[in-house]
Ligand binder design. Structure first.
Ligand SMILES: Nc1nc2c(ncn2[C@@H]2O[C@H](COP(=O)(O)OP(=O)(O)OP(=O)(O)O)[C@@H](O)[C@H]2O)c(=O)[nH]1
Ligand SMILES: [Mg+2]
Length: 394
């Protein structure tokens, strides 16, 4: 019995011992796998951290950085709204160069004739033709050529340079250099100067209002536009756009409204705000439409309830030549025109129209338009103009 008990105890000890050896081994076998994936996982973390926040985020953010760049223009847009005009000094030189180019036909024609040794009757006729072709007008041409012939005869001028000099003098004389070409734009009697701009459709009235405003503002004046062209909605927008460009407020009325009341309101606003110069744009009117012309007269009368209009500028398209003159005359009968703005001289080789306009209307050409650009407006100077007209004969 004792042997049996001893054998059982021994067996139990052996079994427990065996289990104790096997189980830990099994546990060790099972355990290693978990730590293996865990450790490498932890080891891989750093690369993930590097990739995600440091390397990849900036790449993802790049377009985000670009976005504000795209959004910036609207923020920057208001800045160029008021443009700075080119200096007036350099402008005249540029305009003269452009004028000289367009007038070269007249210049070349005269050069050919003037280079001949002796000027015969035929030559003088050719000079006449050149001037008439250049829109100087028959009447004015005859006067110019007659005087020139007389001077050449009396002075015995023989050289081309001599004849050219005398032709220059005659052309300048025909342009009546002593006429007052100043623009009355300065405020007076505690109220703004008032400019009215009139003329047929498409002559360049609205553009001229904008260009004048720009020059005045460059000179330190305050300007207000009155959009009294209520016939076309686009006309008002066109003037408003110019106003924004040059830094002038625009008083406008309802489309199809009464132009006279818009003009009245514009001048009233100018007085209230203390503006220096009010520029009133009007609708292009056909000279044969009596009703429209009457209305133009009304615009002026209504504005004059505030005080006299300082300048009424008639805008004429130089490319319409002699025909434009007939239309122009009707305006001078309706409103008291104080000056002519001859536009689009860059688009014609017939600069002589300046002479014809002044002669026929008896009104000084005060400004000339030489292009569509905002700075393409110049004060008219007879001597500089004739030099440019004959530029090629020098
Ligand atoms: N080449 C050239 N074009 C000009 C000049 N002045 C004006 N223009 C152009 O002529 C066209 C008509 O000008 P606007 O100022 O609208 O003429 P408008 O007299 O106000 O016309 P309406 O309002 O229709 O009567 C525009 O395309 C202008 O850019 C100029 O001196 N030279
Ligand atoms: Mg217009």
């Amino acid at each position: 019995m004792e042997y049996v008990v001893a054998a059982v105890i021994l067996l139990v000890v052996l079994v427990v011992g065996a289990v104790g050896l096997v189980v830990p081994r099994m546990r060790r076998k099972e355990l290693p796998p978990p730590p293996v994936p865990t450790v490498p996982a932890e080891e891989e973390l750093p690369p993930l951290v590097e990739k995600a926040p440091v390397a990849e985020t900036p790449v993802t953010e790049a377009p985000v950085i670009e976005a504000p760049v795209i959004e910036e223009p609207p923020v920057a847009a208001p800045t160029p709204v008021v443009e700075k005009p080119e200096p007036t000094a350099g402008r005249l030189v540029r305009l003269r160069a452009r004028l000289a180019r367009s007038q070269s036909a007249l210049g070349r024609g005269l050069l050919t004739v003037l280079s001949r040794d002796h000027l015969e009757d035929d030559d003088w006729e050719e000079i006449e033709d050149s001037l008439i072709t250049a829109d100087v007008g028959v009447e004015a041409t005859q006067v110019i050529v007659e005087r020139l012939r007389e001077r050449v005869r009396i002075l015995g001028t023989r050289t081309v340079a001599g004849v050219r000099e005398q032709l220059t003098e005659e052309l300048i004389a025909a342009l009546e250099p002593d006429l007052d070409r100043s623009l009355h734009t300065a405020p007076h009697d505690g109220r703004p100067a008032v400019l009215m701009v009139v003329g047929v459709n498409g002559a360049g009235k609205t553009t001229t209002c904008g260009k004048i405003g720009r020059v005045l503002i460059a000179d330190g004046r305050t300007v207000l536009f009155g959009a009294a062209d209520t016939f076309r909605a686009a006309a008002t927008e066109q003037l408003v756009t110019w106003g924004e460009r040059v830094g002038a407020e625009t008083v406008r009325g309802p489309a199809g409204g009464d132009p006279a009341s818009v003009a009245f309101d514009a001048v009233k606003r100018g007085i209230d705000v203390g503006i220096d110069t009010v520029v009133v744009d009007t609708a292009g009117r056909l000279q044969n439409k009596v009703g429209l012309m009457d209305e133009l007269g009304k615009v002026k009368r209504v504005v004059e309830k505030h005080g006299p209009v300082d300048e009424t500028l008639l805008v004429l398209d130089a490319t319409t030549g002699q025909n434009g003159l007939e239309q122009a005359r009707v305006f001078t009968e309706v409103v008291d025109v104080t000056g002519v703005v001859l536009t689009k001289l860059d688009g014609t080789a017939k600069g002589g129209i300046v002479i014809a306009v002044q002669r026929k209307l008896g009104i000084p050409v005060k400004l000339v338009g030489l292009g569509e650009g905002p700075d393409d407006l110049a004060p008219f100077e007879p001597a500089a103009f004739v030099e440019a007209l004959l530029g090629e004969t020098a």
